[in-house]
Write a protein that binds this ligand. Structure first.
Ligand code: DX5
Ligand code: ZN
Length: 226
C-alpha cells in the first residue's frame, strides 16, 4: 500500500483569504491541495476557475520551497477546454467525472499530454466499469463518498465496498495509481476508509471547520497509524 496522503479541500476555506488559508493548511501538514471546480451545470453550485488556481499556485509550497501538488477536481461539463485551462494555470493533478466527458479516453490523454496526472472520478451511483478500459491512462481514481456539489455532507457507506473493489482493480493492474476518497471524511471514519483500501483522503469541513488545522490533520494521521 502506498503512503497515506491528506488533501484538504479549500471549498470549506475562507474564500476571502484563500492564499493565507492554503499556506496555513500546508503548514499544518497537508500533502495535496484539493481544488473543487463547480460549474452550476454538472453540479448545482458554482465555485472557482483557472484564474484562482493560477493565483494560488505560488502559495502551494512548503516553507522550504518544496512544491505541494495542486489537485484539481473538475465538476464541470464539458471537460476538455477547462482541463486544458487548468493545466496551463498550474494544476498538477486534474480529475474529471466520466459522464461529463463525451470521450473519456481522449480527455485522459489530453490531461497527460498537458503534463498533469489524470484522475477519473466516480459518483456514489456510478459503476467502476469505464476504469477497466482506460486504467493505463489513469493516475488517480477518485471515489465520491457524497454526491458532488457541496461540502459538509455525510459519508455514504456504500462507498466502502466500492473502495475495496477499486483497490483490487488497481492491485491487479500493477500500476502506480492513487485511490482517493472525497466527501464526509472525518477523524472518526478515516480509519474505516483506509481499511477499505483508500490511500488519499480529501477533507474539507473536517479541517477548515476547526480553528486548529494541525490538530485535525495530526489526529487523522494518528488514526491512519502514519
Ligand atoms: C464535494 C467536493 C468535496 C468537498 C468535500 O463535491 O468534491 O471535495 O469539499 O467536503 P467535505 O469534506 O466537507 O465533505
Ligand atoms: Zn472534491
Amino acid at each position: 500500500m502506498p503512503a497515506h496522503l491528506i488533501a484538504p479541500s479549500i471549498l470549506s476555506a475562507d474564500f476571502a483569504r484563500l492564499g493565507e488559508e492554503v499556506r496555513a493548511v500546508i503548514e499544518a501538514g497537508a500533502d495535496w491541495i484539493h481544488f473543487d471546480v463547480m460549474d452550476n451545470h454538472y453540479v448545482p453550485n458554482l465555485t472557482i476557475g483557472p484564474a484562482v488556481a493560477a493565483a494560488l499556485k505560488p502559495h502551494c509550497q512548503r516553507p522550504d520551497g518544496r512544491a505541494v501538488p495542486l489537485d484539481v477536481h473538475l465538476m464541470v461539463e464539458p471537460v476538455d477546454a477547462l482541463a486544458q485551462a487548468f493545466a496551463e494555470a498550474g494544476a498538477d493533478i486534474i480529475s474529471f467525472h466520466p459522464e461529463a466527458s463525451r470521450h473519456v479516453d481522449r480527455t485522459l490523454q489530453l490531461i497527460r499530454a498537458a503534463g498533469c496526472r489524470s484522475g477519473l472520478v466516480f459518483n456514489p451511483a456510478t459503476p467502476l466499469g469505464a476504469l477497466e478500459w482506460v486504467i493505463d491512462k489513469v493516475d488517480v481514481v477518485l471515489l465520491m463518498s457524497v454526491n458532488p456539489g457541496f461540502g459538509g455532507q455525510s459519508f455514504i457507506d456504500g462507498t466502502l465496498a466500492k473502495c475495496e473493489r477499486a483497490r483490487k482493480l488497481i492491485e491487479a493492474s500493477g500500476r502506480d495509481i492513487r485511490l482517493q476518497i472525497d466527501g464526509g471524511i472525518k477523524i472518526d471514519n478515516i480509519r474505516r476508509v483506509a481499511d477499505a483500501g483508500a490511500d488519499t483522503f480529501v477533507a474539507g469541513s473536517a479541517i477548515f471547520g476547526k480553528p486548529n488545522y494541525r490538530e485535525v490533520i495530526d489526529a487523522m494521521r494518528r488514526e491512519l497509524g502514519a
